[in-house]
Write a protein that binds this ligand. Structure first.
Ligand SMILES: Nc1nc2c(ncn2[C@@H]2O[C@H](COP(=O)(O)OP(=O)(O)OP(=O)(O)O)[C@@H](O)[C@H]2O)c(=O)[nH]1
Ligand SMILES: [Mg+2]
Length: 446
């Protein structure tokens, strides 16, 4: 996400780093480069213009004459303005005082409405709500089945419709009634998509809006479609009035910049980003964190939040103690690996870290998930005593472990080496950079 833009902006800042102070000339050059970087990243040109103007005013103003270096000043200003452009504050979902709250999920064909409906249902149920999903896509034969499957996988309810209930309006009305009767507080309405915005679609969505008085009308925008996503968001907003945006496919290598313009162009907030096909690949949108990520500062906060979801605090504290006292056993190592796996693809986790120091080297590390599985299998094949004290694992024991785990003695050797290295590294982390940055949460990385 934003890799290119991020690289380019960092180059601009680097060039400024050599300068003693901000001058009209070096600022002019930096602004020009920032402008090009944003345009190349597909940020809408009107938005770029506003942004550059705002940065310029601030940079030339008095407040920059502080003790910061020129590049620090510019980074600070660019970050503030980017954050503002992205909406300043997190924009939470709103709920009706008179539940069930209805949320309409709208957007063009294939933008990710059905997938996002499922993700949102999962997110809601993890955050104290009890959603009911309903698909009113009666045009594509498999559409309602698709949502049914999503719901089944999530073990969350979907309103399936009564026999003969074939109209979007009827389905939506019944779903709301069912939610009210069964005490569900949110109804997520997955609507049909069209290739292009057409009058029939807008009429139908308009009717749904009138009938359901949705508190949220969330426009699902496919980040891969660039400026088209911005244009259709604008059009939906004009015709229907959207209340927020879910930006999907931000995990793709799209330039992503278009997406950043949606807030400016429509005036409606980005509420969530989709970062993968799986149901947990949905993140609330935090303007400041995204700005930091774009500027290459890493998204420490998202990272911590995700880690916290996966890692049991108590266990983490216990791990911490063991690390410090050098009691970290192979069994702990295995548990850590398992937890790391729960965090999701390791590479995507690493990409959220600030690209400094050791993390810079780790950025290019390809983490092989199969390798983790193998390591876990090897440790599983050890006796508790061996796990407790790796020093007793001699040649004969290594052979037995290899056999038991279907691996080779070299594999076992390699693992033991990794383990001892990990112990060393984690000790460094727990007191060093990571320790300070992550506070109470020290993540072992191997
Ligand atoms: N990589 C990635 N793929 C996504 C994301 N969100 C959705 N998709 C994929 O995009 C495709 C279309 O998603 P759907 O949810 O079916 O889209 P839709 O808007 O409901 O499509 P229609 O109902 O046909 O209009 C699917 O293959 C999804 O897996 C995302 O955040 N990242
Ligand atoms: Mg769909």
């Amino acid at each position: 996400m934003f890799d290119n833009l991020s690289d380019k902006l960092q180059r601009v800042f680097k060039n400024l780093r050599g300068e003693g102070r901000l001058s009209a000339e070096n600022m002019e050059t930096a602004l020009r480069e920032i402008r090009v970087a944003l345009l190349e990243a597909d940020v809408n040109f009107r938005v770029v213009k506003q942004l550059i103007e705002a940065i310029k005013v601030k940079a030339m103003g008095e407040e920059v004459l502080a003790a910061l270096s020129p590049s620090q000043q510019v980074i600070k200003i660019v970050k503030e303005e980017l954050t503002k452009m992205l909406g300043s504050h997190e924009s939470k979902l709103r709920f009706s005082n008179d539940p069930p709250t209805v949320m309409l999920i709208v957007g063009l064909q294939g933008s990710g409405k059905t997938t996002s409906t499922g993700k949102l249902a999962r997110w809601l149920s993890k955050n104290g709500h009890s959603p009911l999903m309903v698909s009113v896509d009666v045009y594509r034969p498999a559409a309602r089945d698709q949502l049914r499957i999503v719901a089944r996988d999530l073990k969350l309810p979907v309103y399936e419709g009564a026999p003969g209930e074939t109209q979007p309006i009827d389905l939506a009305r019944s779903a709301r009634r069912e939610a009210a009767q069964s005490g569900r507080d949110v109804v997520l309405v997955d609507t049909a998509g069209r290739l292009h915005i057409d009058a029939a679609l807008m009429t139908e969505l308009g009717q749904l809006k009138e009938l359901l008085s949705p508190v949220e009308i969330l426009f699902v925008a496919d980040a891969m479609t660039g400026q088209d996503a911005v244009k259709s968001a604008e059009e939906f907003h004009k015709q229907l009035g959207i209340t927020g945006v879910i930006l999907t496919k931000m995990d793709g290598d799209a330039r992503g910049g278009a997406a950043l313009s949606i807030r400016s162009v429509t005036g409606q907030p980005l509420k969530f980003v989709g970062v993968g096909e799986k149901s947990d690949a949905l993140e609330p949108f935090y303007p400041e964190r995204v700005a930091s990520r774009i500027l290459g500062m890493g998204d420490i906060l998202s990272f911590i939040e995700k880690a916290e979801e996966a890692i049991d605090r108590k266990q983490a504290a216990e791990m911490q103690r063991k690390l410090i006292e050098n009691e970290f056993t192979l069994e702990d190592f295995r548990d850590q690996l398992k937890q790391l796996r729960k965090l999701g693809p390791l590479e995507s986790m690493l990409s959220m870290m600030p690209q400094v120091g050791i993390m810079k080297d780790l950025k290019n590390v390809k983490v092989d998930e199969k390798e983790i599985t193998r390591v876990v299998a090897i440790i599983d094949s050890m006796t508790p005593r061996e796990r407790d004290n790796h020093m007793i694992i001699n040649g004969a024991r290594r052979r037995r472990i290899a056999k038991g785990s279907g691996t080779s003695v070299q594999d076992v050797n390699q693992l033991l080496k990794q383990y001892t290295q990990a112990r060393k590294m984690m000790k460094t982390f727990s007191g060093g950079f990571m320790g300070k940055k992550l506070g109470k949460l020290k993540l072992p990385l191997f």
